[in-house]
Design a protein around this ligand. Structure first.
Ligand code: G
Ligand code: G
Ligand code: NA
Ligand code: MN
Length: 254
C-alpha cells in the first residue's frame, strides 16, 4: 500500500524519470533505437526497480495513466532530439498487456504520437513473451491496429516464455529480443550459445529482426554478430542513461 500510494503521488507530482538505453545496429554500428526505462525514487523507500512497482501499477490499474505518461514523455524527448538534428533513432517503449487490453489505448497512444508531430514508424513497443502468449486472443486486434498505424512490435525477454512456432507466426510483430539470461554466458555455456543461434535462425525464418539484450563483452558481441544477430543492447554499449547523456552518445556514434 505504501508503494501504491507512492505511485499515485508520483504520478500527480512528477516523481518519475525516464532513462534511455541504446540499441546498436550491428550492420552499421550506429544507434537505431533507444529503450525507454522508467525510474522512480520513493520518498521513504528510496529507488525502487520497475520489476517491483510495475506489477503493483498493473494490479491497481495505475499502469494505464503511468503508461500514457511514459509514452508522452518519450515522444516529447524524441521530438526534442529531432529538432536538435538527431533524426535517425526511434524510441522503444515497454508496454504491459494491461495497457493493450484497455479499449482506449490505441486512440490515446496515437493522439500523443500525433501531438508531438511524430508518426507510427517512430515508435516501437516492447511486450514480454509471457504476457503476449497468455493473452493472445485478447490482444490480436490491438496488435493489428498498431501494425496498421506503422508501430513496430518487439517480443521482450524472448526464450523465457512458451511461444509455439504456430502462434509466433500469427503475431503481427517485427522483432524478437533474446533474453539477457541466454546472452550472459554465451562464451562459456555451449547450451546458451546454441539457444541464441536457434532463436536467431527461427526469427530470421519468420522474417523477424533479432536484438540481443544484456551484451556486456566484446566477445559476446562477436559471437552474436557471427550468428547473424541484427542488433545488440547492453552495458557494452551503455547502461540506461539520462536523455542528455544518451544524446551525446548518439551524436558520437551515428
Ligand atoms: O532496466 P530496468 O531494471 O529498469 O528494467 C526492469 C524491468 O522493468 C524491465 O523488464 C523493463 O522492461 C520493465 N520496465 C521498465 N520501464 C517500463 C515501463 O515504462 N513500462 C513497463 N510496462 N515496463 C517497464
Ligand atoms: O526486462 P528488460 O530486458 O526490459 O530489463 C532491462 C533491465 O536490464 C534493466 O534493469 C537494465 O538496467 C538491465 N540491463 C540492461 N543491459 C544490461 C546488461 O548488459 N547487463 C545486465 N546485467 N543488465 C542489463
Ligand atoms: Na524491456
Ligand atoms: Mn527485456
Amino acid at each position: 500500500l505504501e508503494i501504491e500510494n507512492g505511485l499515485r503521488d508520483a504520478l500527480k507530482h512528477g516523481g518519475f524519470k525516464l532513462h534511455y538505453q541504446p540499441q546498436v545496429d550491428l550492420a552499421t554500428g550506429s544507434i537505431c533505437s533507444v529503450e525507454v526505462l522508467l525510474r522512480w525514487r520513493h520518498p521513504v523507500l528510496g529507488v525502487i526497480s520497475p520489476n517491483r512497482f510495475i506489477p503493483i501499477a498493473e494490479e491497481t490499474k495505475l499502469i494505464l495513466p503511468l503508461g500514457l505518461w511514459v509514452i508522452d514523455r518519450a515522444c516529447h524527448q524524441l521530438r526534442s532530439w529531432r529538432n536538435d538534428g538527431i533524426t535517425d533513432v526511434r524510441v522503444a517503449i515497454n508496454v504491459s498487456v494491461k495497457q493493450l487490453q484497455d479499449e482506449s489505448f490505441f486512440k490515446a497512444l496515437s493522439s500523443i504520437v500525433k501531438r508531438h508531430g511524430l508518426s507510427g514508424p517512430d515508435i516501437e513497443l516492447e511486450i514480454t513473451e509471457s504476457a503476449i502468449m497468455e493473452n493472445l486472443s485478447r490482444v490480436q486486434a490491438i496488435l493489428k491496429a498498431l501494425q496498421d498505424y506503422g508501430i513496430t512490435l518487439s517480443i521482450d525477454d524472448f526464450g523465457t516464455g512458451y511461444s509455439s512456432l504456430g502462434r509466433l507466426k500469427l503475431l503481427p510483430i517485427q522483432s524478437l529480443k533474446i533474453d539477457r539470461s541466454f546472452v550472459q554466458d554465451i562464451e562459456t555455456d555451449h547450451g546458451n550459445a546454441k539457444i541464441c543461434d536457434g532463436i536467431i535462425a527461427l526469427g530470421h525464418s519468420l522474417g523477424l529482426k533479432i536484438i540481443a539484450e544484456g551484451v556486456e563483452t566484446e566477445a559476446q558481441k562477436n559471437l552474436l554478430q557471427n550468428s547473424g544477430c541484427d542488433a545488440i543492447q547492453g552495458f557494452l554499449i551503455a547502461k540506461p542513461l539520462p536523455a542528455d547523456e544518451v544524446a551525446e552518445l548518439i551524436t558520437q556514434l551515428n
